[in-house]
Design a protein around this ligand. Sequence first.
Ligand code: F6R
Length: 241
Amino acid sequence: MQVIIAESAQEVATLGADQVAELVQSRVDAVLGLATGSTPIALYRELIRRHRRGDLSFSGVRSFNLDEYLGLGPEHPQSYRYFMNRELFDHIDIQPENTRVPDGLGDAGTVGDEYEALIEAAGGIDLQVLGIGRNGHIGFNEPSSSLGSGTRIKTLSPDTVRDNSRFFGPDEFQPRLAITMGIGTILRARRAMLLATGAAKADAVRAMVEGPLSASCPASALQLHPRALVILDPEAASALE
Ligand code: F6R
């Protein structure tokens, strides 16, 4: 696991965008794995900026998002499909049909296997972008998730439901179930790049980088990945020894 401590959250986004740009420029039909949440927004803004400058085209790129809330359709403003359109896809030249987010309205019995088959048919993921939850989750692989897991339905932990309640209105339905790529799926990506910013992530980052490999910190599975890059701002890195 390679760890880079950037000077600021903005530099995390810039360095992350460099990695994406290098891949997309060297392989026009690259397969990107993408994440939602607060952390990658600055990365996506940086990618949009480079695209608008004419430096970066996504016209042949294919993408697979990590996860989606079960029960939310693509038009729901809290769905991750809606988030991705708003924060990235609507502002770059990626072909909408080349973007995949797990189907929140899909058949719970088959949606995971179908998503795995789509990833495989695309030739696998070249670069998986990740954030980390305060409890060490990656995707929605909560603590105790199997390190070999594939895409499947997961129950969100009370911590995660609480952390994500900031995105939902007081009377809005907040799902407790999600479809998520598994840890095994993430480990099969040819490269993984985890971004973390802010002091709230410091303990999870320490457990991921310095703790034992353990299902109680799902992100520690990245210790097994031969090409995992972790980019941190000083606050997220503050508990590292
Ligand atoms: C999002 C995802 C989650 C987030 C994590 C951090 O697709 O899979 O694992 O990356 O919850 O979220 P933020 O960035 O909002 O702190």
